[in-house]
Design a protein around this ligand. Structure first.
Ligand SMILES: Cc1cc2nc3c(=O)[nH]c(=O)nc-3n(C[C@H](O)[C@H](O)[C@H](O)COP(=O)(O)O)c2cc1C
Length: 338
């Protein structure tokens, strides 16, 4: 593994096997499944069980689970262990109301004893490495150094995440990924990497700390490794329609930051978007749903940004409902803008 590992962040409805494999082929050092609901897993809901599938070529792969009770998270982790991923990741960061509002995901940032009980229950029940992903805290008050109700006096006045990272480490997790925002921020504002760095540079931490949030360019990736010393960077939204970002960042890091930005031919990018459409249709087993699933990638691909007079074509691409229509429009794009 590289000295500068790059991971594909877990993303609901995005990091399916088709997309994970694409990112893997471009050099993602680890891929994560979308979060999998522990309760639904324990009830053996078919659509949830499907989320545990992965291809051998994806390894190392982490399957992420979420839930709000130690028992169901433990039972779900034991089920996940049977499909033999390389890691099981615990989601303590999902901010959306239907998850955090019910006390799972980032909701556990407001019930640290429960979060730690879940972590201990899972670590004790399975033999795989258990990792966790969380945010900086619940809201801005957690960003300030303060004595906090969850921790004893001995930890002193540290920001919430510094204490939390120590406590999770004490529960036996093998790595921690931190998205540099609070729950209250959702996805707004900028990710605060200073606090991620504070966790990494805490002399009491010895497990790897993976930084996450707003890494969209090779330059920013290099800066995050250099300034904050994180053990790996996890990339989320910048992968939309751009699985090659892993290769671009790797090339830049390997050159020590001296190579110029890589420009990929439009036709090459479009071919990859087409591959994803086909893979999504095959994975979902339905043409229309597969295309709907791929739209996020068309809408956000940097390959389709900044094209002169592109608006109408973009609308047509985002409205196309058959594979034939999508591919015809994509071929036109190559002819006109390639
Ligand atoms: C569409 C979408 C779905 C996401 N789903 C998950 C998820 O299932 N589990 C998780 O831990 N984080 C999830 N996240 C958060 C990302 O993993 C990541 O922490 C966040 O996008 C910040 O990283 P970025 O700035 O590189 O995108 C999701 C984010 C997006 C945009």
């Amino acid at each position: 593994m590289s000295r500068y590992p790059l991971y594909l962040a877990p993303m609901e409805d995005v990091t399916d096997p088709a997309f994970r494999l694409q990112c893997k082929r471009f050099g993602a050092d680890r891929v994560y499944t979308e979060f999998v609901n522990a309760d639904a897993l324990v009830r053996e809901v078919n659509s949830t069980l499907r989320k545990l599938r992965f291809a051998e070529e994806e390894r190392p792969v982490a399957i992420q689970i979420y839930g709000r009770e130690p028992e169901s998270m433990r039972d779900a982790a034991q089920m996940v262990e049977q499909v033999r991923p390389d890691f099981i990741d615990l989601n303590f960061g999902c901010p959306v109301k239907k998850v955090a509002g019910k006390g799972a995901g980032a909701g556990l940032l407001r019930d640290v004893p429960k979060m730690l009980a879940i972590t201990r229950a899972v670590v004790d029940a399975v033999h795989l490495p258990i990792t966790a992903k969380t945010r900086l805290g619940w809201d801005h008050e957690d960003l300030l150094p303060a004595r906090h109700e969850w921790w004893s006096q001995t930890t002193g006045e540290q920001p919430f995440i510094v204490n939390l990272a120590e406590a999770l480490q004490d529960c036996g997790i093998s790595e921690l990924s931190i998205h540099g925002r609070t729950r209250a921020q959702m996805y707004s504002g900028e990710a605060d990497w200073e606090l991620i760095g504070a966790v990494k540079n805490n002399p009491r931490m010895h497990i790897p700390i993976n930084g996450n949030g707003d890494v969209t360019t090779p330059e920013r990736a290099k800066e995050c490794f250099d300034r904050y010393g994180v053990d790996a960077i996890m990339i989320g939204r910048a992968t939309f329609g751009c699985p090659w970002i892993f290769q671009d960042i790797r090339t830049y890091l390997d050159s020590g930051g001296s190579c110029p930005p890589v420009r990929h031919p439009l036709e090459w990018c479009i071919d990859l978007l087409k591959d994803h459409v086909d893979a999504a249709i095959a994975y979902i087993g339905d043409e229309k749903k597969g295309i709907l699933h791929s739209r996020r990638h068309f809408a956000n691909s940097p390959a389709l940004k900044g094209l002169h007079d592109f608006k109408q074509t973009r609308i047509a691409l985002l409205q196309a409902e058959t594979r034939n229509e999508v591919f015809t429009i994509m071929d036109q794009i190559v002819n006109q803008w390639g």
